[in-house]
Design a protein around this ligand. Structure first.
Ligand code: NAD
Length: 438
């Protein structure tokens, strides 16, 4: 099949590369000349494990090309996917649909034959109908269908998630569009084909409901963790004991410094907004958004306590600033709330992150970037583990504590334990929802 992918960000590029690996002919389009130039040189503009090799393989096989020329990509395509950004609109929390609608109109103006216009971006309920209206208004003679195909991949594990999804959700209005979508995804499955075919609105709602639910689960365990600290329970044991219950499941029960990233913050806000617009307030989601902000604030209090009540004049080494490991994405990362509070409080902040510097330099002014954890912690008063990159999971804690001015650690991902830290010479150690040291 011939497919055009509009937008070569985290979702569009991964989807395009993976579709080409199934054997489809893919043309990826972006309006950012820097990205297209890089892609044409064989460089991947984002950090996503394994993407460079898979992309090179499919470019080599002649199934994957890149262009800024949307018209040439759409010509003869069986389906055109819209995978552009839908950030939070300034002021009201609504998803900003400017890029989606602009892409839909551009597609409509150049399409000639029957095509399925597929929204892969996360969009509020009702958007696909608006896309259909925009396309029909821009090109009244065009024979087309719209389809909603929300994406569930996780950055850092995107290829695996795309290749082996738990399910594919497709919202359609016609059998013809359903058939095109099934043909696109069938190569993924040798046996069972867990495609959930729905109407447009249900598909749009599934994505928001799923993300809001996951954000709720994370926030729930974060709130339980805060209580664990007060009552002397250990949240790691609590979440293990909870997660073994098949009705609950063990995923998304790791306590941490609050959820962040390119999806949960904006999608929870958008769902809350959709609820308000329909006079059905999403009270649980609204509470989750509020509690998550409190979780991040609580982290700052924790760090201040470990600095003896004030950040002023302290040297703090922060390990990890991306919103999770194995990505360079900094969008809405907890570090963007926590690090400025340290800098603003008068601390000298050294930051170490395997992939975060490129994005992070502009977002975290006033910090010093250091290549490795040992150099970053040399002479520091506090070590903070903020993102659990593999390289921070087996640190030589003794070497670190010996080099620090004051051997204090805030382990905001529960990588180590008070026993490990104490044995390695740390005089103070605090984590999330567990016993502290010192
Ligand atoms: P992104 O910002 O990384 O990429 C969007 C790309 O679209 C950019 O490269 C931009 O230049 C391009 N673009 C915008 N308008 C264009 C146009 N008219 N023509 C061509 N290119 C255009 O965004 P992302 O993280 O890939 O997210 C895309 C969508 O997928 C969002 O709705 C997001 O919520 C959803 N989503 C993201 C993830 C994730 O993990 N990032 C997961 C699931 C769903």
């Amino acid at each position: 099949m011939k497919i055009a992918m509009i937008g070569t960000g985290y979702v569009g590029l991964v989807s395009g590369v993976c579709f080409s690996d199934f054997g489809h002919d893919i043309i990826c389009v972006d309006k950012d000349p820097r990205k297209i130039e890089m892609l044409e040189r064989g460089e991947v503009p984002i950090f996503e494990p394994g993407l460079d090799q898979l992309m090179a393989k499919n470019v080599e096989a002649g199934r994957l090309t890149f262009t800024m020329d949307l018209a040439s990509a759409v010509e003869g395509a069986d389906a055109v996917f819209i995978a552009v950004g839908t950030p939070t609109r300034r002021g009201d929390g609504h998803a900003d649909l400017t890029y989606v609608m602009a892409a839909a109109e551009e597609i409509a103006k150049v399409a000639k034959d029957y095509v399925v216009i597929v929204t892969k971006s996360t969009v509020p309920v009702g958007t696909n109908r608006k896309v259909r209206d925009v396309v029909a208004a821009a090109n009244p003679d065009l024979d087309f269908d719209v389809a909603s195909n929300p994406e569930f991949l996780r950055e850092g594990a995107a290829i695996d998630d795309f290749m082996k999804p738990d399910r594919v959700v497709v919202g359609v209005q016609s059998d013809r569009a359903a058939q095109v979508m099934a043909d696109i995804y069938r190569p993924l499955y040798l046996r069972d084909f867990p495609i959930v075919t729905t109407d447009l609105e249900s598909a749009e709602m599934i994505k928001y409901a799923a993300n809001a639910f996951l954000a709720t689960k994370i926030t729930f365990i974060n709130e339980i963790a805060a209580l664990c600290e007060k009552v002397g329970a250990d949240v790691k044991q609590v979440s293990r004991g909870m997660g073994m219950d098949g009705r609950i499941g063990n995923k998304f029960l790791h306590a941490g410094p609050g959820y962040g990233g390119s999806c949960f913050p904006k999608d929870t806000k958008a769902l809350a907004r959709i609820g308000q617009e329909h006079a059905i307030p999403m009270q649980i989601t609204e509470a989750v958004i509020k509690v998550n902000e409190e979780v991040k604030r609580r982290m700052i209090d924790k760090l201040r306590d470990l600095c003896g009540g004030s950040f002023n004049g302290k040297t703090i080494a922060v390990l990890g600033v991306t919103f999770k490991p194995n990505t360079d994405d900094m969008r809405d990362a907890p570090s963007l709330t926590i690090v400025p509070a340290l800098v603003g409080g008068g601390a000298k902040v050294r930051v170490c992150d395997p992939q975060g510097r490129h994005e992070g330099e502009a977002l975290l002014p006033g910090v010093t970037w250091i290549e490795d954890a040992y150099t970053a912690s040399e002479g520091a008063d506090l070590l903070v583990i903020l993102t659990e990159w593999n390289e921070f999971r087996a640190l030589d804690l003794k070497r670190i504590s010996t080099g620090m001015a004051t051997p204090h650690m805030a382990d905001l991902r529960n990588v180590y334990s008070a026993e490990d830290a104490g044995a390695a010479g740390f005089s103070c150690y605090d984590s999330i929802g567990r016993a502290a040291l010192g």
